[in-house]
Structure formats: structure tokens, C-alpha cells
Design a protein around this ligand. Structure first.
Ligand code: AMP
Length: 436
């Protein structure tokens, strides 16, 4: 199938050609015609499937064919859970709309609102936003959603995990009832289905990859290792393997900082990306990693979710995630768009139970190796401590109010902005690492 047969305009085909895409990805083949028809779509697709173009291309076509009002009210809204994803979607929208008379803008927290407000005032057709900043600006009467024709909820599962449901409810009330709704989610959990029931009108279901399966192109491997030898092992793997671009996941922000410092003192350029870093530092770290000046990016789950780094060859789980589904999201950063990649997990004694959960979820026994000099500790406990387990054993299908991550991963800055009553209620929710 070619892009020509999808019914897209010349201007869009030209932009697609400029990107070098020759064939629409499966999600694009399925979603684009439905969106052009005006259907509400509920799509299961994770980052790496081409989902952004899957909703952006038909959205641009519909907006450019629609009536252009002189004042340019916001006609399409894309909501994303994180600032990085918002920026990434905006870059995609800009590229695909290069040959159209369509204006777009992105807004998220953690940076001065003034330039964002000035751009909106000049008139934009498409706004990409994180829920927090959108509501902030709306509460100050600095934007209006009264003319929204198309709403996209991108990575809706992560938005729910991050506790954005109440914000979403408020945002829905600001938009006209008659609009087209597109919901993209990596997983189809019970919560996502009920969100779809609430916000979507007779949605058509579209699936790009079977739920919770790992991409075939990714070679997965586990190194059993003593906890205190993990840093030495990762440095050895990176140096001796001459790996030039490695995304490393840690469970906590402090862990990310610590590992980053150790890498740097071993002569490996590294940056950390997590919710305690200011937006400037996060953008700089990501840019450095993408342009090759930073060899290792150490990230927490939420900060890295949705990041599109083309041809990323190595992903390392310095610690296994305590939510098995996060493993799938993490390793999905490699093996993108048909390229091959390697996902390595360093597993100490107490993480073996997490490994069992992951293998059950992906339906695969991951090959295990031990490197001489970095053997596992035979006396290590074989499961996480009770305290850690209490913080982690809930699966995605459980109530949103239950804990899904360690306390360490909760963004202090965001908590301090909340009234105490809310703070207590949210105490046990998943990290709001990237909330804006
Ligand atoms: P996404 O899943 O939207 O994050 O996209 C993942 C990557 O695939 C991005 O770098 C896109 O530029 C790229 N991409 C999107 N559509 C196509 C396509 N049809 N052919 C090749 N690459 C694509």
C-alpha cells in the first residue's frame, strides 16, 4: 500500500515524501481512512508504530479543507501526558504541515507561559498541550477551546496513570460536544475502555500491535549480577562494546543522578532526564543525546515515555521496572521503525520476581548470562523487600488510586503545588514525574 491510496492531499504527500516515508505503517493504513471519514477512533499503538503521523496527517487534511476563520480559533487539540511528548508531537505537526496554511503551537508547564500565550494570541489551528498548563491558561482566560473540532488523547493510558483523569474531565467540559475524538493508548486496560466509553462516540477500534508483546526486532538479554556490581558492569558493557548511544532506565531520580555521575567520572558522557530537572536541562539532555554529544541518557520511566529517538541501538534496564508493562514501553525505545536493537536488563537477586512477571507478560523466556567478575550474590534475597512490594505489586488493571511506583519517584515540585487534602489522596498514585 502507498500513501497515495490513502486519500491524502498533494501538500501532505509532498511533506511525507520529504520525510522519506515510502509505505504507511499498519496503524497509519488503518487509522488514516477512518479519521478522514470523521469517525471516532480508539487505537492501540505505542510509540514507534508511526501513530503520530497516523492521527496528524488526516487531522491536517481535515483542518485544511475546513472553513478557515479569520481569527484562527483553536480547532484541534492534542493532549499528551509529558512535556517531551508534547514537543515531539509538535515537531511532527510542523513537519507534516510545511506545505499547508496551518498554524500550530505547543504549551506545557515548567517554562514561562508568556511566549506560549503570545503565540496563541496570534491564532493557531492546532494546539498540543499537557493538561496542567492547558487548564492554567484556560483559568486565566488566555485561551478558548469553544471551537474544537478534533480532540486527540495521545498516550491516554499514561495520562490516567499519572492521575490526569480529573483534569481530562474538566477539559472535556470546555469543548463543544460535537467533535471528533481520537484516543491513542499503548494498552487497552479496563480504565482505557471506560475512558473511551465516556469520551468517544461509537468509536472504531484499531490495533497496531498485539497488546503487551515485544517487538521481534529487539534482542533481549538478562545479565544476572550482584546489586553493588551493576555500575561496574554497565560501564564495562558500554566501554568494551563501544556503544555510542545508550538509553538507561533507573527506577528513581536519585538513582539516575548517581549513575550519571559515575558514568561521567569513568569518562563516558552522560545526562539524566527526570522530573526534578528543569525543562531547560531536560531539553538540553535530550538534544545532546540525539545529536551524539551525550553517549548515555539515564532516565526514569515517565520522563522517557514516548520519546522518539530514531535508530536507538541499546536500551539498558539498570533496574527492572516494578510494573511489568513498563518493561515493554522501555524496550520499545529500540528496534523502532523496523530497525534492530538490543535491550539488556541487569537483574540482581531481589529483582527475580519482577523478571518472572515480565516474562509472563511478554510470553517469553529471556536469555540469561553471567559475566565473569560480575556474578550475582548467592546470599541476596530472591524477592523485593516487603516495603517495595507494597509499593509495586499492583498491575495496570487495578484502581488508579493504588500505588504503582516507589515514593522516591514522586515529583516534589508538583506535590507542593497541591492542597494538602489532594496531596494525601494522591500520595499513593503513580509518579507524577513529568506533570506539567
Ligand atoms: P511515532 O510512533 O509516531 O513516535 O513514530 C515513530 C517514528 O517513525 C518517527 O521517527 C517517525 O518519523 C517514523 N515514521 C512515521 N511514519 C513512518 C512511515 N510511514 N515510514 C517510516 N517511518 C515513519
Amino acid at each position: 500500500m502507498s500513501f497515495n491510496s490513502l486519500g491524502l492531499s498533494e501538500a501532505l504527500l509532498k511533506a511525507i515524501d520529504k520525510q522519506g516515508y515510502t509505505t504507511p505503517s499498519p496503524i497509519q493504513q488503518k487509522a488514516i481512512p477512518l479519521i478522514l471519514e470523521g469517525k471516532d477512533v480508539l487505537a492501540s499503538a505505542q510509540t514507534g508504530t508511526g501513530k503520530t503521523a497516523g492521527f496528524t496527517l488526516p487531522m491536517l487534511q481535515k483542518l485544511s479543507q475546513g472553513q478557515q476563520l479569520r481569527q484562527r480559533p483553536i480547532r484541534a487539540l492534542v493532549l499528551t501526558p509529558t512535556r517531551e511528548l508534547a514537543a515531539q508531537v509538535h515537531n511532527n505537526v510542523k513537519s507534516y504541515s510545511e506545505f499547508l496554511d496551518i498554524r500550530s503551537a505547543v504549551i506545557f508547564g515548567g517554562v514561562n507561559q508568556r511566549p506560549q500565550v503570545a503565540t496563541i494570541r496570534n491564532g493557531v489551528d492546532i494546539l498540543i498541550a499537557t493538561p496542567g498548563r492547558l487548564l492554567d491558561l484556560n483559568n486565566q482566560n488566555l485561551l478558548s477551546l469553544a471551537k474544537i473540532e478534533i480532540l486527540v488523547l495521545d498516550e491516554a493510558d499514561r495520562m490516567l496513570d499519572m492521575g490526569f483523569k480529573r483534569d481530562l474531565d474538566k477539559i472535556m467540559k470546555l469543548m463543544p460536544n460535537r467533535r471528533q475524538n481520537l484516543l491513542f493508548s499503548a494498552t487497552f486496560s479496563k480504565e482505557i475502555k471506560s475512558l473511551a466509553n465516556e469520551f468517544l462516540y461509537h468509536p472504531v477500534l484499531v490495533e497496531a500491535t498485539p497488546e503487551n508483546t515485544t517487538v521481534d526486532a529487539i534482542e533481549q538479554k538478562v545479565y544476572r549480577v550482584a546489586k553493588e556490581l551493576k555500575t561496574g558492569l554497565i560501564i564495562k558493557l558500554i566501554s568494551e562494546g563501544d556503544w555510542q548511544q545508550v538509553l538507561v532506565f533507573t527506577r528513581t531520580k536519585h538513582g539516575a543522578n548517581r549513575l550519571c555521575k559515575k558514568m561521567i567520572s569513568s569518562g563516558i558522557t552522560a545526562s539524566a532526564i527526570h522530573g526534578n530537572k528543569g525543562q531547560g536541562a531536560r531539553t538540553k539532555a535530550l538534544a545532546g543525546f540525539k545529536n551524539g554529544s551525550v553517549r548515555v541518557l539515564v532516565a526514569t520511566d515517565i520522563a522517557a515515555r514516548g520519546l522518539d529517538i530514531p535508530l536507538l541501538p541499546h536500551v539498558v534496564n539498570f533496574e527492572l521496572p516494578n510494573i511489568a508493562e513498563d518493561y515493554v514501553h522501555r524496550i520499545g525505545r529500540t528496534g523502532r521503525a523496523g530497525a534492530s536493537g538490543e535491550a539488556i536488563s541487569l537483574v540482581c537477586g531481589e529483582e527475580r520476581e519482577y523478571l518472572r512477571d515480565i516474562e509472563k507478560l511478554v510470553g517469553l523466556k529471556i536469555p540469561v548470562d553471567i559475566i565473569e567478575g560480575f556474578e550475582p550474590d548467592p546470599n541476596a534475597p530472591s524477592s523485593p523487600s516487603k516495603k517495595k512490594q507494597q509499593n509495586s505489586r499492583h498491575s495496570r488493571g487495578t484502581s488508579l488510586n493504588k500505588s504503582k511506583s516507589s515514593k522516591n519517584d514522586t515529583a516534589k515540585g508538583d506535590q507542593s503545588r497541591r492542597p494538602k487534602r489532594n496531596r494525601n489522596r494522591n500520595k499513593n498514585r503513580r509518579s507524577k514525574d513529568n506533570r506539567s
